[in-house]
Design a binder for this molecule. Structure first.
Ligand SMILES: [Zn+2]
Length: 555
């Protein structure tokens, strides 16, 4: 087969069967040629190339320098890549851009090296905040502070006595409040824990520590003003999409979107400031109104699309609330939390499934994954749908039996991609033995499953180069190896971060590889990851990112 691949008009349209808008016929002349590159295409029919021609936001031809340059007519723009490595744009299948973008606009960044530094930052913000108004902090991580202990209500009271304060953990399941926030919410030590939530209490005194988990947080913030204005949300999307483009990301799955987020993505796009494509998973509580409006998964276009319905089965890995079959290390009676019983999960999932939605269920622990698979299996038996692509968000702790069922269902896990590298200090809660079956990419790929890359940002950083290093080395920043049996190759990690992400959103026909007819989304790297020592993949610079034939980032 010729390495040179200019599709005929018929093949070109055929490859775009899933796309609503067809390019006009006169667009088949290239507008832009990138040549003298080292293209790793993630397309098995043509794994490597030197040059691509681009027209109307799509790849028109892929081949050698001479083959592609021969297509150049007058006026075509040509860019010499100087031998640089080019990959398809990265797809972060599960992250939280809209909410983290809003955070960038309204909250204090608490990703700081010590509690003292966090206190200083909150104090500074409080000084500029009108009396009685909330002070927000985000991206706090209890395992990373110099003091080696968790943030407390007393710490927050010392920093900010008057304003209500909430500091959100970067894992997304626990918040930390000061006394003023408890007073404002009317929550005191007599308040019982609500279902699916918890007010942490000091073991000796019974007093609140300030840490509040999951559903209990709604009680705390019922009186908080809404800083999530339309303007702030749109501004947040602009900021985060620009930041992610700098890292080489061209598509994201927003894993907990709302109608407000959909509007923010559209607002940013209308303002010419949406720098990635977004597949917006919709939080289950919003489903009724979306179904009533006639919406379902797939509505939208190549930039903003309605994604799966998002349902929660259990808690988080970084905050030790994932529901495990074997107790946490050092806590013999503690197994984590399920967010709902199986029947409730079944009813919610069924509503979405029958309305034609893809489902993405947050399931970290093996117990939660088992329950979720039972729900999926039951639905496929009762009301089978062709190719439902059920998703398992995180799918952290697996075993052979679970993997066989995932494969049989054709379900798609979205495991944390940078967890091992970035969160090494949390691994002792799980232990070496258990790590052999966590974030289990090797086992998934060997079982014929198509896992995605997923930073879960803000839970972990979103840089795809960090994901590659984490997945390839299974080594943390201190050099400790966790679950070496789950290592994959760089080539596999790139496919996980590109094609598999496109598959998870039913967009594998239009993106995920450098293939004629697909969207011209790519990243130009400073060094070649296939030649880089695995331990320095994270240091490879991203030089340029292209989104639909236009640079979304240039260094
Ligand atoms: Zn998430």
């Amino acid at each position: 087969m010729s390495k040179f691949c200019t599709p005929t008009r018929r093949e070109f349209l055929g490859s775009l069967a899933a796309v609503a808008i067809f390019p006009p016929l006169d667009s088949e002349k290239p507008e832009l040629i990138l040549y003298n590159g080292n293209f790793f295409t993630v397309d098995d029919r043509q794994p490597s190339a030197q040059a691509v021609a681009i027209s109307d936001g799509r790849f028109l031809a892929i081949g050698s320098n001479s083959e592609v340059l021969n297509l150049a007519s007058a006026g075509v723009k040509k860019i010499d890549l100087g031998g640089k490595t080019v990959l398809p744009g990265f797809i972060d299948a599960h992250c939280h851009p809209a909410i983290s973008g809003l955070d960038m606009v309204v909250a204090v960044n608490c990703d700081l090296p010590s509690l003292a530094a966090i206190q200083a930052a909150l104090r500074e913000r409080a000084a500029k905040t009108p009396a009685g108004q909330w002070v927000y902090g985000s991206k706090y991580d209890d395992t990373k502070g110099a003091e080696g202990r968790m943030l407390t209500r007393a710490d927050l009271d010392a920093a900010v006595p008057d304003h209500p304060v909430v500091v959100m953990h970067r894992g997304g399941h626990t918040n930390f409040y000061n006394s003023a926030a408890f007073r404002l919410a009317g929550v005191d030590e007599k308040t019982p824990d609500p279902p699916g939530g918890k007010f942490d209490r000091d073991a000796a005194t019974g007093k609140f520590t300030g840490r509040v988990a999951d559903q209990a947080r709604t009680l705390m913030e019922k009186n908080a003003p809404d800083l999530a204005t339309r303007e702030n949300r749109a501004e947040g999307v602009k900021l985060i999409s620009r930041a992610m483009a700098r890292a080489g990301i061209t598509s994201v799955g927003d894993a907990l979107g709302t109608p407000d987020d959909l509007r923010a993505y559209q607002d940013a796009r209308d303002g010419g400031e949406l720098w990635f494509r977004v597949y917006c998973l919709i939080a289950q509580p919003h489903l009724d109104k979306m179904i009533a409006a006639g919406m379902r998964t797939g509505l939208g276009d190549e930039f903003v699309r309605v994604g799966a319905c998002k349902i929660f089965a259990d808690g988080s890995i970084s905050e030790r609330t994932a529901r495990l079959s074997k107790a946490y290390q050092g806590s013999p009676d503690y197994f984590g939390l399920l967010m709902m019983g199986e029947e409730e999960q079944y009813e919610k999932t069924k509503q979405a499934h029958l309305a034609g939605w893809q489902i993405g269920t947050h399931a970290n622990g093996d117990v939660a994954i088992d329950q979720t698979l039972r729900v999926y299996e039951r639905l496929q038996k009762e009301s089978p749908r062709r190719d439902p692509r059920f998703r398992l968000e995180h799918c952290t702790m697996v075993n052979e039996g679970l993997l066989a069922r995932i494969k049989a269902l054709g379900a798609i896990p979205a495991p944390f991609s940078s967890y091992v590298y970035y969160h090494g200090e949390k691994m002792h809660f799980y232990g070496q033995e258990r790590l052999k079956n966590m974030f289990a990419l090797r086992s998934m790929i060997d079982a014929g499953i198509r896992p995605t890359q997923a930073s879960d940002y803000t839970a972990s950083p979103y840089e795809p180069m960090m994901a590659l290093q984490s997945e390839v080395t299974r080594t943390d920043t201190k050099g400790t190896v966790w679950g070496a049996n789950q290592r994959i190759t760089v080539q596999e990690a790139i496919r996980v971060g590109t094609m598999n992400g496109a598959y998870a959103s039913f967009e594998d026909k239009i993106k995920g590889s450098i293939t004629a007819g697909k969207l011209a989304d790519l990243v130009v790297l400073g060094r070649d990851p296939l030649r880089e020592p695995p331990s320095s993949l994270v240091t490879i610079p991203v030089e340029r990112t292209m989104l639909g034939g236009r640079w979304s980032f240039e260094s």
